[in-house]
Write a protein that binds this ligand. Structure first.
Ligand code: 5AD
Ligand code: SF4
Length: 432
């Protein structure tokens, strides 16, 4: 049987998107080509996320939908990849026998075995201390920004988080291989690179730390924009901020996950900083970088979060005035420490807190974005606008979406845009 056409669907974080590009790279190496619809494919892969229960359910139900396609095409191969595969191990195959492949985040090198007549199910969920997919060339579909994964795994063990169990221990790629990949991306026409890691600033390879890597990457000729996600507040250091201040091409945006404002809750989350320390990091960032955007992640309804704790989250939001935030209701993940904590809060209470943080963030995003109205921003054009294909969509250095209503421009251009309006999470402007 020939496997010539693949279809990948990806859920979850940017790391998963980058992993799907690696997987696509491996398949392309065997002359297997990507198709846009699952109906056309010989192999369908779903790269999954299990960070919250909803994400996991969605991924599994998607795979169940594809099961129907096997009636028309009995040779169709269905694969479950990523964090859901890792968490459920082989169990999922005994429950859902239509799944042919189950590979965890460190096991993707097995995938090419499908071209050599392997036996199904193809199952591997061993975690590795070394796998960083060195030598595999990602197949990128986005032509503007190249995601470059620099480290994998997480050793922080925040009490609510499943990631250390599904992606294993922290390990970093060699500085040389990262720089080679950046150079190749630039040669291939990319203008922006985003360094990725679950804890990107915990990067450690021999004596090289994250600022050394950032220095080297931003020094590569013709790199116009360097981004990185996601750092941990505890690992933000002065050397990194100095570099961001001194290098024009390192984007002025820091994602600084807060999670909670109350020091008591932060302790129980094992976040290793308290409210005062978080605020002083945010203040330091503003001190070094005057036009920086700070974005965040917030969890509401963590076990034991009282109303007074929740008010501390709102207080920190008022102090920092984040440019944008991802906000979540706490979702217990079996196997984590927090899943054993008493979670007495009703769903209504959690939903109410979520509404309140979303409301506050909406106001803050508008405050931050309105402050840019009238200014001229450098925008990298990424795509046509979704709402109106006559308009273009791009991003500022601070990672804000800008819709360009007027002016000639092509995808991939870096242009100066006069910001005329802020609405929702977007800015609107015209080319000057
Ligand atoms: N429940 C809710 N949100 C979570 N996150 C991680 N684990 C959980 C959980 N169990 C959120 C955190 C993290 C983001 C990627 O997902 O805010 O920063
Ligand atoms: Fe999860 Fe915490 Fe690691 Fe982020 S730092 S991946 S929230 S354990």
């Amino acid at each position: 049987m020939n496997v010539e056409k693949y279809y990948i669907e990806t859920y979850g974080c940017q790391m998963n998107k980058a992993d799907s590009e690696l997987i696509a790279g491996m398949l392309e190496g065997f002359s297997c080509r990507s198709v846009d619809s699952p109906e056309e494919a010989d192999i369908i892969l779903v790269n999954t996320c299990t960070v919250r229960e909803n994400a996991e359910k969605r991924a599994i139900s998607r795979l169940s939908q594809f099961k129907g396609l096997k009636k028309k095409n009995p040779d169709l191969i269905l694969g479950l990849l990523g964090c859901v595969a890792q968490r459920n191990r082989g169990k999922i195959i005994s429950e859902k026998s239509f799944i042919d492949i189950v590979l965890g985040p460190d096991s993707y090198r097995h995938l090419p075995e499908i071209f050599n007549g392997c036996k199904f199910p193809l199952l591997d969920v061993k975690l590795s201390r070394a796998e960083v997919y060195e030598g595999i060339i990602p197949y990128r579909r986005n032509k503007i920004n190249a995601w470059i994964s620099i480290m994998r795994g997480c050793d922080k063990f925040c009490s609510y988080c499943i990631v250390p169990y599904t992606r294993g221990r922290e390990r970093s790629r060699s500085l040389k291989s990262i720089i080679d990949e950046v150079k190749k991306a630039i040669d291939d026409g990319y203008r922006e690179v985003t360094l990725l890691g679950q804890n990107v600033n915990s990067y450690k390879y021999n004596n090289y730390r994250f600022p050394d890597l950032l220095d080297a990457v931003s020094g590569v000729q013709s790199v116009q924009r360097v981004r990185f996600i996601s750092p941990h507040p505890k690992d933000i250091d002065n050397k990194m901020l100095e570099l961001m201040r001194d290098r024009q091409n390192i984007c002025n945006h820091i994602h600084l996950p807060l999670q909670a404002g109350s020091s008591r809750v932060l302790k129980s989350m094992n976040r290793v900083y308290n409210q005062r320390e978080y605020l002083s990091v945010a203040e330091k960032i503003h001190g070094y970088l005057s036009d920086v955007a700070i974005t965040t992640d917030i969890i509401v309804g963590f076990p034991g979060e009282m109303e007074e704790d929740f008010l501390e989250t709102l207080k920190v939001m008022d102090k920092v005035v984040f440019d944008s935030a991802f906000m979540f209701k706490y979702s217990p993940r079996p196997g984590t420490k927090a899943a054993l904590m008493k979670d007495g809060m009703s769903e209504e209470e959690k939903a109410d807190r979520l509404t309140r943080v979303i409301e506050k963030q909406r106001e803050h995003t508008l405050i931050r974005n309105n402050a840019l109205v009238g200014s001229v921003q450098e925008v990298l054009i990424e795509d046509l606008s979704k709402k109106d294909p006559k308009e273009k969509m791009g991003r500022t250095v601070t990672n804000k979406i800008v819709i360009i209503k007027e002016g000639e421009t092509e995808i991939g251009d870096l242009v100066k845009v006069k910001i005329e309006k802020a609405l929702g999470v977007s800015l609107f402007g015209k080319i000057v």
